[in-house]
Write a protein that binds this ligand. Structure first.
Ligand code: GLN
Length: 538
């Protein structure tokens, strides 16, 4: 029978529940158990696809084309198991299902209520995760904080499951540290536990989230107020690299405690491999500076998978990656600002939507191409590289994407034919894992080392087939295509140290210890460039 571990949050949101949930999964993996996840987002949207990454953080795309919460990215990076749309549940999905059933007359005249109808649907969805994957454990992370009005039906469903299944409740709450008096203050954490109790949930484990390790006295105090033994209180502290967190929690005995609670065979297997991977993040010999030229740069969570993919590739090459978040709109206001790009070892233009900032991104791409700085373009970063090439190499003035300029004279990027009919916004793009044919004797082929790869997509527009001839004649190389050969998937430049872009998002499949080939090549090129330059200076 599957077991269910509920992870709740307290005091503030973004307390790091995702990383803790993923770490608990890792501790169970190390003990040989199969783990699956469900991230619950109590907002009314049906999925994360229509959310603004500027306020909510990145949309994580799964193999099956789910547009999901970024915490699924942490589950994938920590456990290296693919998530799907079914691993993310929202209030919108629950109500949509129940209301559709009501309209079909499935409730036979009953009054449809939050308890039991909504809570039953929530429980069904939680159980279906276990049924689908056959996992030994399902870790259910409830978004937001205890006491939020939106979360109530989910907490209620979790409370009911305590009577019906083998469960464990883990509460992760911020522990305030007062700099002025140099002491931990537990009151806010206590209140959040009371909030949970008010709705009938007594946590089995409390994890205090704090900057530094809690002292023994604070641990005892938290235990006392939580009605828990002292060894049920743990600390999730700031770590140098997030991948260290499972090791830190294991050291404190969290894995052993969970094993004891569930009566598990407590044999650990392959911790040493993870330790080795983590050590590589800490022992960098080199440093490269990568500029990420985007629109949402004030909230770095908007690009969390890209940030992590850069770090993975860096660690793999003994290199620390310093990410410089560049607000491209500055280039539009002031031409001279482009000089900030001179100090970079690599330029990356990530995925994006809409007109705002696009001219600034084009300037950054032109700079990368002309100054021979390694360039990696992702999705929108491919489309803009094609536009830049059309304008400044082919001389097609005003070339653009119809997304940015519907009436453009040279629509070098145009809507995917199947997309022109689409009116609805949610879940309607070309989404998820798609095969990409990689052409031999290209940079792409040397990076992937394969003729066929799978990458995850999320786009409505593509390189216009009417311009393929002009673009390739002008020197742009198409090094990857969809399986039917009808769409361009990868472009690159020949006479450039490293200039490549994909119509997909390789960052979603990057893992610590196994970086994405495109990111890996990009970091190696950036490093080589830097070492070359150092040679010429000396
Ligand atoms: N806006 C572009 C499109 O829809 C690119 C999308 C993206 O970068 N994910 O095709």
């Amino acid at each position: 029978m599957p077991k269910y571990i509920f992870v709740t949050g307290g005091v503030v949101s973004s307390v790091g529940k995702g990383a803790v949930a993923a770490s608990i999964g890792k501790l169970l993996h190390w003990r040989g158990y199969g783990v699956d996840f469900l991230k619950i987002d109590p907002y009314v949207n049906v999925d994360a696809g229509t959310l603004n990454p500027y306020s909510h953080g990145e949309v994580f795309v799964t193999d099956d084309g789910g547009e999901t919460d970024l915490d699924l990215g942490w589950y994938e990076r920590f456990l290296d198991v693919p998530m799907s749309r079914h691993n993310n549940l929202t209030t919108g999905q629950v109500y949509l299902e129940v209301i559709n059933q009501e309209r079909e007359g499935k409730f036979l005249g009953q009054c449809v209520q939050i308890i039991p109808h909504i809570t039953n649907e929530i429980k069904r969805r939680i159980r279906s995760v276990a049924a689908r994957s056959g996992a030994d454990f399902v870790i259910v992370e409830i978004g937001g904080t205890a006491g939020d009005i939106e979360g109530q039906p989910f907490y209620e469903a979790a409370r009911q499951m305590k009577l019906e299944e083998e469960t464990l409740f883990v509460h992760v709450a911020l522990l305030v540290f007062l700099e002025a008096t140099m002491e931990f203050k537990t009151k806010a954490l206590q209140h959040s536990i009371n909030e949970l109790r008010r709705i009938g949930i007594q946590p089995d484990i409390v994890i205090a989230r704090s900057k530094k390790m809690i002292d023994d006295q604070t641990r005892s105090k938290i235990a006392l107020f939580s009605t828990l033994p002292k060894d049920a209180v743990f600390c999730s502290l700031d770590v140098e690299t997030i991948y260290e967190l499972p090791l830190v929690l294991e050291e404190q005995g969290l894995g052993d405690y969970i094993s004891k609670r569930f009566n598990l065979r407590n044999e650990k297997t392959s911790i040493s491999e993870w330790k080795w991977i983590v050590s590589r993040f800490k022992e960098a010999k080199h440093l490269v500076k990568i500029g990420v030229c985007g629109k949402y740069t004030s909230l770095t969570d908007s690009y969390v998978s890209i940030r992590e993919a850069l770090k993975h590739a860096g660690a793999f090459n003994d290199t620390k990656v310093e990410i410089v978040w560049i607000d491209v709109e500055e280039f539009e206001r002031d031409e001279d600002k482009i000089s900030v790009l001179k100090s970079l070892d690599g330029i990356l233009v990530p995925g994006g939507f809409g007109k705002r900032g696009s001219e600034g991104k084009l300037k950054a791409i032109r700079f990368a191409r002309e100054s021979r700085i390694p360039y990696l373009g992702i999705c929108f970063g491919l489309q803009l590289a094609v536009i830049e090439f059309a304008r400044n190499v082919l001389g097609l003035e005003g070339a653009n994407s119809v997304e940015i300029e519907p009436e453009t004279e040279h629509p070098v990027v145009t809507a995917i034919p199947e997309q022109t009919e689409v009116r609805a916004m949610g879940g309607t793009m070309r989404l998820g894992s798609q095969p990409v044919k990689v052409i031999e004797n290209t940079l792409a082929h040397s990076l992937y080392g394969s003729n066929l790869v799978y990458e995850r997509h999320r786009h409505r527009f593509e390189v216009n087939p009417e311009y393929w001839g002009a673009l390739t004649k002008g020197g742009l190389v198409f090094s990857g295509f969809s399986l039917d050969g009808r769409r361009v998937e990868i472009i690159e430049l020949k006479d450039h140290p490293f200039f490549i872009a994909g119509q997909f998002h390789p960052e979603y499949k990057s893992r610590p210890g196994r970086p994405s080939p495109l990111f890996n090549g990009f970091i190696i090129a950036a490093l080589n460039q830097k070492l070359e330059q150092a040679k010429t200076i000396h």
